[in-house]
Ligand binder design. Structure first.
Ligand code: C2E
Ligand code: MG
Ligand code: MG
Length: 701
């Protein structure tokens, strides 16, 4: 822009109307023209200035920046633009100098206000920058257009990529912070900041926070972004705290809450969720099946080989199960030695087929630290009924089926049926009641044990019953297996030992010294409190040890023979007698049994009936062989389940020492025992003879 030639100094002309102040100087620095605005700024009328050298009127200008620029323009003809602080007035001017041969035109205006605001802003920025520098997290100051005004060193080191001009001052903040961030997070960040930076928003606008993951080729981190508006201005301080460690910790915790530590498989809670989800899915997809897999005898493995090997085996089972599944099916561990498979699109037969397939993973033995361990599992299968929504229900069905499989022996598969649910409900009731009140409802019945030579009642076997308030008197089969599972059998037996020894002492005081036989469960052996419990009972009642017989089933002894042997030896030394119960129902070898300090063998009823059914030959021969062997070993034998006179003859012929059975006396309540024994004594004392003679023993009570 070149100012028009004016007609004369300060005279009217086009430039007079221009709001900018304008003057012209010739090559010697003399004023040739001054417009009205310039007259005002320079505080001299045009006629005073025109013709005079600028340096003469304004000595301050000599060797000033203004003079320097003027000379430069004169020299090269290119325009100059600069800000100039005119000291006499103490104000800032913006000055533009153009070549206007033979001299120059100078345009200038007062920018003092603007200059001061900017300077203040810059000072503030510098101040803010130093504050930002002190912050430990990556921090930037952004303006309303998302432009980065400044950022601290931490920002430059972590989030900015100066080589690509990302995140450096002057560039768009969003480009830097949303690099490697999901579109959802990116737009959340942008929206949050936009609200904060809205020039129309007042200073009280709430700070904005957002947590997000950010992954670039070099980093994988989590950040918490916190942005706050600076004092009223449309600018925001944005900090980015690296929260990776915390988030990872939380994620690990969350994972652990949903998974089993040992195998890494989903845990019970996760499985229940998956079940509910599967059950809620469209029914056209077919049924949901749950397979409960319980390893057989795993406790023994753990106890004998140690938990290290036990754990390794469980992991391998988890791996093999996982490998066997179809895509879409899932496996989890409920805890202990129980695994669960959730299968979708399954009917009964497909679920059963899957169970058999799962059984095959146990064909190959498992190997842990060089030891090869054969494993098997009992599998319960339940398929959801139409309308079933609750995962717990399916789980308890599968559990009931598994329980049924277990009770059939090892390595079995059992399919759920509604009858099992009733059984499961009963087990649950028993488990709760036994824990809370039922121990007070237990009663003991006593069954006579009779000498086969004299027919005298030598002792009684204590048999527990539950006087159930609604269901009446319940036999031990209906609740003892549950008590075994829950461990309640131990306090029950402890109570029973005290009760029965006390009873025996009471009867002895009445002149009826009856030997007391008490059944002991396998659980009691593993709990290792048996010796102490027996000692306490003997001590408290005062019963002589040899008047107490502990009956153990051969299977309970076979489970852990060494442990059994240790405890039995201590008991034997105390003087307590030990009997093996239900002989003939297990598979333990006689040799193994006779290695134990056992004084009595109780031959199971099933052996008697089996012997009875051997037609045309001498069924008693097997019996006689067993009895003969026990006798040479100094072990007495008791025939159980003598119901008929034929039974009595057979067991007598076989050489049994003692007999027990309905023929000789049913189990009876405690207060009937003295009467019964006295009645036998009064009738001659030979119960066997009375029985053979057909005297109904019930009439003796
Ligand atoms: P067990 O120790 O073999 O007891 C003998 C069982 O045979 C008793 O059944 C008894 O009533 C029954 N019995 C006796 N004579 C005859 C007979 O002539 N014919 C037939 N068919 N049965 C006869 P009960 O009382 O139902 O007990 C069943 C099992 O429960 C017992 O078998 C024993 O193993 C267990 N048991 C009973 N009381 C206790 C206890 O206090 N503790 C433990 N751990 N187990 C117990
Ligand atoms: Mg018994
Ligand atoms: Mg028995």
């Amino acid at each position: 822009m070149r100012p028009d030639d004016g007609p004369g100094p300060g005279g009217p002309g086009p430039l007079a109307a221009v709001p900018d102040a304008i003057y012209r100087l010739d090559a010697e620095g003399r004023f040739t023209y001054v417009n009205a605005a310039a007259e005002q700024f320079l505080e001299h009328p045009a006629e005073e200035l025109v013709g005079r050298r600028a340096g003469e009127v304004f000595p301050y200008m000599v060797e000033s920046l203004a003079q320097e620029k003027y000379l430069e323009v004169l020299a090269d003809g290119r325009p100059r633009e600069f800000e100039y602080y005119y000291e006499p007035q103490g104000r800032w001017y913006e000055v533009r100098v153009f070549a206007d041969p033979p001299g120059v035109s100078v345009f200038f205006r007062d920018v003092d206000q603007r200059h001061r605001t900017e300077a203040a802003r810059e000072a503030e920025l510098r101040r803010l920058s130093s504050v930002l520098e002190a912050l430990p997290s990556a921090t930037v100051l952004v303006d309303e257009d998302f432009r980065i005004l400044t950022g601290n060193r931490r920002w430059a080191a972590t989030l900015a990529v100066p080589s690509r001009s990302v995140g450096v001052p002057g560039t768009d903040y969003r480009a830097a912070v949303t690099l490697g961030v999901s579109p959802t997070d990116s737009s959340a960040i942008e929206a949050g900041l936009r609200r904060l930076l809205d020039p129309a928003a007042d200073g009280a606008v709430q700070p904005f926070e957002h947590e997000f993951p950010r992954s670039t080729p070099t980093t994988n981190a989590w950040y918490r972004l916190q942005a706050a508006r600076v004092d009223g201005a449309a600018r925001a301080v944005v900090t980015h705290t690296d929260i990776t460690e915390r988030v990872r910790g939380e994620q690990a915790l969350a994972w652990r809450a949903r998974h089993d530590d040992l195998t890494g498989l989903p845990n019970r809670a996760t499985l229940l969720d998956a079940m509910s989800e599967a059950l809620a899915a469209v029914p056209e997809e077919g049924g949901v099946a749950l397979l409960m897999i319980d390893l057989d005898g795993f406790k023994t493995i753990n106890d004998s080989l140690g938990h290290g090997i036990g754990d390794a085996l469980l992991r391998q089972v988890g791996d093999r199960l996982t490998e066997t599944l179809r895509p879409g099916d899932s496996v989890g561990r409920l805890g202990g030695d129980q695994f669960v498979v959730l299968a979708r699109r399954c009917d009964d037969s497909e679920a059963a087929a899957l169970a058999f397939r799962l059984q095959e993973i146990f064909v190959r033995p498992f190997v842990a630290t060089g030891i090869s361990v054969p494993l098997s599992a009992s599998i319960g299968v339940a398929v959801a009924r139409p309308g079933m929504r609750d995962g717990h229900e399916l789980l308890s069905d599968a559990d009931a089926a598994m329980f049924a499989a277990k009770s059939m022996g090892r390595d079995r598969v059992h399919l759920f049926s509604p009858g099992l649910r009733e059984a499961a409900r009963w087990r649950l009731e028993v488990a709760t009641r036994l824990r809370d009140e039922a121990i007070d409802q237990l009663v003991v019945h006593y069954q006579p044990i009779v000498r086969l030579d004299t027919g005298a009642v030598e002792g009684v076997e204590a048999l527990v019953r539950w006087q159930h308030p609604e269901r009446g008197l319940l036999p031990p089969d209906s609740f003892l297996s549950v008590a075994e599972e829950t461990g309640q059998v131990i306090p029950i037996t402890r109570w029973l030992l005290v009760e029965t020894t006390r009873r025996a002492v009471e009867w002895a005081a009445q002149g009826l010294p009856l030997r007391m036989s008490v059944n002991i469960s396998a659980r009691h052996f593993s709990a290792e409190t048996l010796v102490r419990d027996v000692r306490t009972a003997l001590h408290e009642s005062g019963l002589p040890a040899e008047q107490l017989v502990l009956e153990l089933t051969e299977t309970s002894v076979a489970e852990d023979p060494t442990r059994a042997e240790d405890q039995l030896s201590v008991l034997r030394r105390l003087g307590v007698r030990v009997a093996i119960d239900d002989f003939g129902t297990g598979w333990s070898s006689l040799a193994q049994l006779f290695a134990l300090p056992v004084g009595t063998l109780k031959i199971d009823r099933s052996l008697l009936t089996a012997a009875e059914q051997v037609t045309g030959g001498d069924g008693g021969a097997v019996l006689a062989a067993i009895v003969g062997l026990t006798r040479t070993l100094g072990i007495r034998s008791v025939a159980e389940g003598v119901e008929t006179v034929d039974h009595l003859r057979m067991v007598r012929a076989a050489g049994c020492d003692l007999a027990q059975g309905w023929l000789l006396g049913h189990p009876m309540p405690a207060d009937e025992v003295p009467r019964y024994v006295r009645a036998v004594q009064e009738a001659g004392g030979d119960l066997c003879a009375l029985a053979v003679a057909g005297t109904p023993v019930t009439s003796l009570r």
